[in-house]
Design a protein around this ligand. Structure first.
Ligand code: 6R9
Length: 681
């Protein structure tokens, strides 16, 4: 028997038994072969004969669609009575009310029943070639031990536990353990500073923190426990800190610290799951807004899990037995939805990537793909651009024949990076899905797939809305733009189960940020272009849209052209105040390694390219060549910092603690001064 003796029946309360979909659906007599094979629970929808029709229905009859999917894909202890109760004009979002379930049961127990020895996690540790595998049975046991440990130490339903750990199995078990006992988790990216961590702990009112002694990334040891020690000094709410051991080095333990693995050994491997309401909080996740204060977006149980699972299954065409490799850190929403919840809800084998794309060398990702036999690879454009400049040989060294789908997330992927990803990494045979979504949306909202397998994919475009998603574009006057070949503010006209429910402790800010700008719609903060064919392309944050002589231009559009220059590795374009044009264009450009050109010549070339590909007005007034760009640790270019440097507002640089390498800012400041002195009249 695969379970420790005597605990089989206790793993799953009988009330969690899987419900049979057929009893809830009015299955029509006609054959729906195609749709039935694609999405079994949709087979009964009248008149739906293909994927396009199913998409239509998911929007026009969104309640029927989500009801069928929720019944089919989640295990409920008590079925929901109301599919949705939403009013976007008031920022009210509720899904599956009356329903009760447990997220950890959905991610673990039900798979332990059917395939206990299937690998749930492959931990790709920083040290290459030392990966560790954990089956669903082992992950459930680990989760139960953590759940019991937290309960024994007073963590109750409704409490919020802050998790400050690198991407590792115990971090996943900690998230799931919170879900098991009905506590919310607040994962803070383990690269944030003590101040940033403290601010999040305080805002979340956590009394429990889980961390590790030290992290290891790119061969470097990171003193996570010490950072927690500094953070909790200013967090009077914190009563206890669980410390797991990632390395063998002991750390100073205080009275409030608890040796996590040691204490876990004392716990039972069975932990009764809390029966949660659909709309109870599952987690908070802090993200940056337009103000300096991060906002704790709140996601709830059923709707979030369902949306993460469905998008994981269909956008990436995940099938049973596939190994899913999302290289995001669990500290970001991508890690939550596509390392943890989506894949585990679907019973997948999911990879936990602890390292960096270039450690110990730029072949790391593709060596991992070969070793772990990864079928879907999901990463960020910034890493693709970085690897591109090291050349094809690092990719070609490894066997990538297991790859079926390549994904991109987090920022626009420029055409050159897209083409390289598709042609070199995917050998031209894997669809590349550029997935647009946000912490706020819970899961992918716009992506080229699912669509018919032979439907076209346009490089660098997210293209098609997912099931149940109804994007609209709105102009600056608040008018809905109904034609194609047009750009506007990207909003959502309908609620969907995965969307955030509120900002922790600040529902007013939630309403003001997302629902007041365009009453009746959810405002994403992004701009988008809808092509002649009706495909969506994200043009960047609306605060990154600049206006040059009355012409609107997305900085991402200019970057896309600049990046097409073979000498350029990456670029960041910002607007700056210009006395005549309103705003001028300032481009920061990083060259590929080993490129030896005259900067003046290259500037002329880039200006020519932009003039030619977009318009003369978009051509940069200034081009500053830099060794690197200031980035967040998740790889996003900090345009805010670049803008401040260009505005000569060094006092206003703000909090740089989230930067990957703060020294990059000094280089940028010096380069800017040099450029100005050369150009002074
Ligand atoms: C998932 C995630 C969200 C913001 C979003 C947008 C940008 C994300 C994108 C993209 C263009 C894509 N973004 N995916 N822009 N194309 N495929 O990244 O969440 O960290 O909250 O960032 O990232 O600007 O509004 P989050």
């Amino acid at each position: 028997m695969w379970l420790p003796c005597g605990c089989t029946s206790k793993y799953v309360a009988s009330s969690f038994a899987r419900r049979i979909l057929a009893s809830h659906l009015h299955v029509s007599g006609r054959s729906r072969c195609n749709v039935a094979a694609f999405m079994p629970e949709a087979a009964g929808f009248e008149g739906v004969s293909g994927r396009a029709a199913l998409r239509e229905l998911s929007v026009s009859s969104s309640e029927s669609f989500w009801a069928a999917v929720a019944r089919h894909r989640l295990s409920w202890s008590i079925p929901f009575h109301t599919v949705q109760d939403c009013d976007l004009s008031r920022g009210k979002i509720k899904w599956f009310e009356g329903g009760k379930l447990n997220v950890s049961v959905n991610c673990l127990d039900r798979h332990v029943h059917t395939c206990p020895e299937r690998v749930a996690l492959i931990w790709e540790r920083d040290e290459r070639g030392s990966e560790m595998k954990y089956t669903y049975r082992e992950l459930l046991e680990m989760t139960c031990r953590v759940g019991n440990l937290l309960r024994r130490h007073g963590v109750k339903r409704g409490d919020c536990v802050t998790i400050y750990m690198p991407t590792c199995p115990l971090a996943v078990a900690s998230m799931l353990a919170c879900a098991r006992i009905g506590a919310a988790h607040n994962v803070v990216f383990a690269g944030f500073s003590a101040d940033a961590l403290a601010e999040r702990i305080r805002d979340a009112q956590s009394s429990t923190v889980i961390t590790v002694n030290q992290g290891v990334r790119g061969g470097k040891v990171i003193e996570l426990k010490k950072t927690v020690d500094r953070a909790v000094e200013s967090c009077p709410t914190v009563k206890q800190v669980f410390v797991a051991m990632r390395t063998d080095n002991p750390v100073t333990m205080t009275a409030r610290d608890i040796a996590m693995e040691e204490e876990m050994l004392k716990e039972d491997v069975v932990c009764e799951p809390a029966v949660m309401n659909s709309e109870d909080v599952l987690f908070l996740l802090y993200t940056s807004g337009s103000t300096g204060k991060p906002k704790g977006l709140v996601h709830t149980q059923a709707g979030y899990l369902l949306y993460a699972a469905l998008t994981h299954r269909y956008v990436f065409s995940y099938h049973d037995g596939d190994v899913f490799g999302c290289v995001a850190d669990i500290g970001w929403i991508t890690g939550h939805s596509y390392v943890v919840y989506g894949p585990l809800a679907n019973g997948a084998t999911t990879v936990l990537f602890e390292s960096t794309p270039i450690y110990p060398d730029p072949g790391r990702y593709w060596d991992m793909v070969e070793r772990l036999k990864i079928n879907q690879f999901y990463g960020a454009p910034t890493a693709i651009r970085l690897l591109l400049k090291y050349g094809d040989q690092w990719v070609n060294k490894y066997d990538r024949s297991t790859l079926k789908t390549l994904g991109s997330v987090g920022e626009p992927i420029n055409t050159e990076a897209w083409e390289w990803y598709h042609r070199v990494v995917g050998d031209g045979r894997c669809p590349v899905v550029d997935t647009w979504w946000q912490t706020e949306t819970g899961g992918i909202c716009i992506a080229p797939r699912p669509s018919d397998p032979d439907a076209e994919i346009v490089p660098g475009m997210a293209m098609r809305p997912f099931f149940g998603i109804k994007p609209v574009l709105i102009d600056t006057e608040g008018e809905l733009l109904t034609s194609n070949n047009t750009s506007g503010a990207l909003c959502m006209a309908q609620p969907w189960p995965g969307m955030a429910r509120t900002i922790h402790n600040n529902h007013q800010r939630f309403i003001e940020t997302y629902f007041q700008p365009y009453p009746g719609y959810f405002f994403t903060g992004d701009g988008a272009y809808r092509s002649e064919e009706g495909y969506y392309q994200i043009t960047g944050r609306l605060d990154d849209v600049i206006n040059v002589s009355g012409h609107r231009i997305g900085t991402a559009e200019i970057e896309d052209v600049v990046n097409q220059c073979p000498a350029v590795a990456e670029s960041a374009v910002i607007g700056y105040t210009h006395s005549i044009k309103g705003q001028g264009v300032y481009a920061f450009v990083v060259l590929k390694k080993g490129i030896d050109v005259q900067e003046a010549d290259l500037s002329r070339q880039l200006n020519g390219m932009v003039s030619e590909k977009i318009a003369k007005y978009a051509s940069p007034d200034f081009i500053q060549f830099a060794q690197r760009l200031p980035k967040t640790r998740s790889g996003k270019i900090m345009r805010r910092v670049l803008r401040k440097v260009v505005e000569s507002d060094l006092e206003g640089l703000g909090d740089l603690s989230t930067l990957d390498d703060p020294a990059a800012v000094q280089e940028i400041i010096q380069g800017h001064e040099k450029l100005l002195s050369k150009n002074r009249p």
